[in-house]
Design a protein around this ligand. Sequence first.
Ligand SMILES: NC(=O)c1ccc[n+]([C@@H]2O[C@H](COP(=O)([O-])OP(=O)(O)OC[C@H]3O[C@@H](n4cnc5c(N)ncnc54)[C@H](OP(=O)(O)O)[C@@H]3O)[C@@H](O)[C@H]2O)c1
Length: 188
Amino acid sequence: MTKVAVWCRHEGDNIIGIGSEIPWHIKSDFQRFRRITTGQNIVAGQSTYESFPNRTLPNRNIYILTFEEDYKVSDDKHHFVVNDVNFFKDFSEDIYISGGASIYKLFMTGSAKLLPDIIVDCVYKGEINHNSEGIKVNITPCIEVLDKKYKQVFEFELDNITTRVMVVKGEFVEQSVLKRIILAITDV
Ligand SMILES: NC(=O)c1ccc[n+]([C@@H]2O[C@H](COP(=O)([O-])OP(=O)(O)OC[C@H]3O[C@@H](n4cnc5c(N)ncnc54)[C@H](OP(=O)(O)O)[C@@H]3O)[C@@H](O)[C@H]2O)c1
């Protein structure tokens, strides 16, 4: 299993959301996420899952982390409830950790020792929409781990977003997965 985390954060403050929204709307950002994750297993927190249109993303399996044992999903065939992150220790297929902040932190700073092998670190350099209602959600603790434990293997610039592909220093990374991700990023 290769564990991949994918996020887009605002440069400088590491904000990934305000309330339940991503406070920027850049088409190529959504398209990149779709290309990277199509056909794959996504892991998302309950709040992020609820923010997907109709609580779904086509052509992907979604593993929803929630403490609620009888949480109802919108698609019984492709969506699965997970109550304990340790479930992924015995998982054999690749996973794409897709937020939100509590889930990135769970994998990157939690005691379960499930550090992602690869991180697609998209950094948005434009203005954020401060009209969005709610609390600003940031992933600064994850960026501290990223800066310390990862090295950059690829960089790509598009629409004011720098996409950096990062891998854990000194660890083997499945090259076919890395290649697929880089192709998905550059296939614009
Ligand atoms: N920019 C990006 O790339 C990006 C990507 C994704 C999301 N976002 C943004 O991130 C924000 C949402 O992040 P968030 O941190 O508030 O919410 P979240 O991580 O999406 O979901 C939080 C929920 O996950 C469940 N959870 C958390 N830890 C768990 C654990 N250890 N075991 C089982 N379940 C657990 C809990 O669900 P229950 O309450 O049901 O128990 C918790 O309320 C939004 O603003 C969204 O737009 C941004």
